[in-house]
Write a protein that binds this ligand. Structure first.
Ligand code: SAM
Length: 296
């Protein structure tokens, strides 16, 4: 089967940020005698097939058929998040790789057997819905366990209930791709969205408060003759701030910076955000993540 096709330069940015964080996270644990006693997990809840194909148009707008072969070659060498995590020198004790598509699960298993045979015993490849997996996995986390969880959905697949549960563990560092373009598309210029879309937004934000923020009501006129108008207040910064404020209610601390990822036409696609649940670990975690998000 052909490798999964998604992303371009922005995909590289998010994966480099994740890999750099994982490298520094493991370094801290390896170098600290108290932290060394803790069991470290990496959870990639939207793991993909392990391989990603770069889209032709995102490699400089080249469409000539004779470059098809080069495209295939590039595709073969593009690493997805699982490869980035497994290829670090230092290792987690356990890698939980969750993917809903059975074909991608099969490809992922093959890739791990072939390329990471020495680490394959540390990997569980699970064919399941990410929200369902995380809900039961968090229940089983013990006091001496810590984790980095990476949520990299295509769209609005992450339920707020899942995020809230990850925060309550006090053991998880979360990297998440917030689906900026999908959310903004669900906030129409003409006024608040339909009930159907509103429910999807509720599931993403875990509250209906978004409606007051993105559609504030202005009142003018007199006390006896008020005139109310609904405004739409939506842009990448406002939506990003609202989501990070929600995250701050679920997690101990949230990185103040976020990295907006744009496609080749400069449309915002996702926003990469970071939150730390562990009160003790949050200070170094936020410092590292904020630095990565700021320089990416
Ligand atoms: C953006 S891709 C992930 C790419 C991967 N992180 C990488 O860098 O290679 C999203 C993946 O999530 C899977 N997926 C979509 N919805 C899911 C769900 N509810 N639970 C688990 N996996 C899901 C898709 O099949 C797809 O492979």
């Amino acid at each position: 089967m052909a490798p999964q096709q998604f992303g371009g330069a922005w995909t590289e940015e998010k994966l480099n940020a994740l890999q750099e964080y994982l490298r520094q996270y493991l370094q801290i644990f390896d170098g600290n005698p108290a932290a060394r006693k803790l069991t470290r997990h990496y959870v990639d809840a939207f793991a993909g097939s392990g391989l990603r194909a770069l889209r032709r148009q995102e490699r400089g707008g080249i469409h000539q058929p004779e470059l098809e072969i080069e495209f295939e070659e590039v595709a073969r060498f593009a690493d997805g998040s699982v490869k980035k995590a497994l290829s670090l020198e230092s290792a987690f004790h356990h890698y939980h790789l969750v993917e809903r598509d059975p074909d991608r699960v099969a490809e992922l298993r093959t890739m791990i057997r072939r390329e990471f045979a020495q680490r394959s015993d540390l990997c569980s490849v699970v064919c399941e819905d990410a929200n369902a997996f995380l809900s039961s996995w968090t229940d089983a986390l013990g006091p001496l366990e810590r984790a980095v969880v990476f949520l990299d959905p295509y769209g609005m697949a992450v339920d707020w209930a899942t995020i809230a549960k990850l925060g309550r563990t006090q053991k998880v560092d979360l990297w998440m791709l917030f689906p900026m373009s999908a959310v903004i598309r669900m906030l129409p210029n003409s006024g608040p969205p339909s009930d159907e879309w509103a429910k999807v937004l509720d599931r993403t934000f875990g509250t209906r408060d978004w409606i007051r923020t993105f559609y504030p009501v202005d009142t003018q006129g007199t006390l006896f003759d008020p005139v109310t108008t609904v405004r739409r207040d939506v842009d990448v910064d406002l939506v990003g701030e609202f989501f990070r404020a929600r995250l701050a209610e679920a997690f101990y601390e949230v990185a103040p910076k976020a990295l907006t990822l744009y496609n080749s036409r400069r449309s915002p696609l996702f926003q990469l955000v970071f939150a730390a649940a562990n009160p003790k670990g949050a200070v170094p975690a936020i410092r590292i993540a904020n630095h990565i998000l700021g320089k990416a």
